[in-house]
Design a protein around this ligand. Structure first.
Ligand code: AR6
Length: 202
């Protein structure tokens, strides 16, 4: 299937959408991947992904924002999960968020690139999509995992994220939409460039 990046005027200043695999029955295929600039706590989806730490008990960055917006019930449910190792993922309800669920994953801390960081980051996306499949979710929104406090260079993280998302969209017929929510215009540009450079698979 082809992955085509198209520049779209949208509610956000710029939104790139990729039309993936247009089956003959759907005229032109439909938009399955969106890159947007914004706040993931405002996104309506079956699940949003949290870039958590292994305690799952909250923190700064997107983790702090999600816990603030979801309310204390989220922390209570997270306590019962008893943590999560890097590269794995766990699902909770979304409570006061517009999203129905939160999938908490723990990204790798960047240690210079020789500590399997890229493999662990890819595993985060695979673990999230395993839960998406298991729960029959149709839409999921990601932040840029590990590229904040955990220091993973975003230029290296974006192609890994897009590769795993593309593979999941091809593999999971029920998955209708994946949104990557970038917090700054600069981060959005990095993902846009990576999407434009992404090799079309098969
Ligand atoms: N919506 C979307 N993206 C956001 C938001 C938001 N509301 N807030 C921040 N980002 P980080 P990490 C972006 O540090 O690198 C926490 O303390 C942010 O700009 O949140 O995986 C955890 O508890 C960056 O691009 O996550 C862990 O201890 C991206 O989200 C640790 O940070 C990820 O940055 C995890 O570090």
């Amino acid at each position: 299937a082809k992955l085509q990046a198209t520049r779209f005027p949208f509610r956000q200043p710029v939104c790139w959408r990729a039309v993936i695999g247009a089956p003959p029955s759907t005229r032109g295929g439909h938009v399955k991947l969106e890159l947007v600039k914004g706040d993931i706590t405002k996104v309506d989806a079956d699940a949003i992904v949290n870039a958590a730490n292994s305690s799952l008990l909250g923190g700064g960055g997107v983790d702090g924002a999600i816990h603030r917006a979801a309310g204390p019930e989220l922390l209570a449910e997270c306590r019962d999960l008893r943590g999560c190792p890097a590269g794995q993922a766990k699902l909770t309800k979304g409570y006061r968020l517009p999203a129905r669920h939160v999938i908490h994953t723990v990204g790798p801390v960047w240690r210079g690139g020789n500590a399997s960081e890229e493999a662990v980051l890819a595993r985060c996306y695979k673990s999230v999509f395993a839960l998406v499949e298991q729960h029959g979710l149709r839409s999921v929104a990601f932040p840029s995992i590990s590229t904040g406090a955990y220091g993973f260079p975003i230029e290296k993280a974006a192609p890994i994220a897009l590769r795993e998302i593309h593979a999941a969209l091809e593999r999971l017929p029920r998955l209708e939409k994946v949104t990557v929510v970038l917090f700054s215009p600069g981060d959005l540009e990095v993902y846009q460039r990576a999407l434009a450079a992404a090799p079309a698979s098969n």
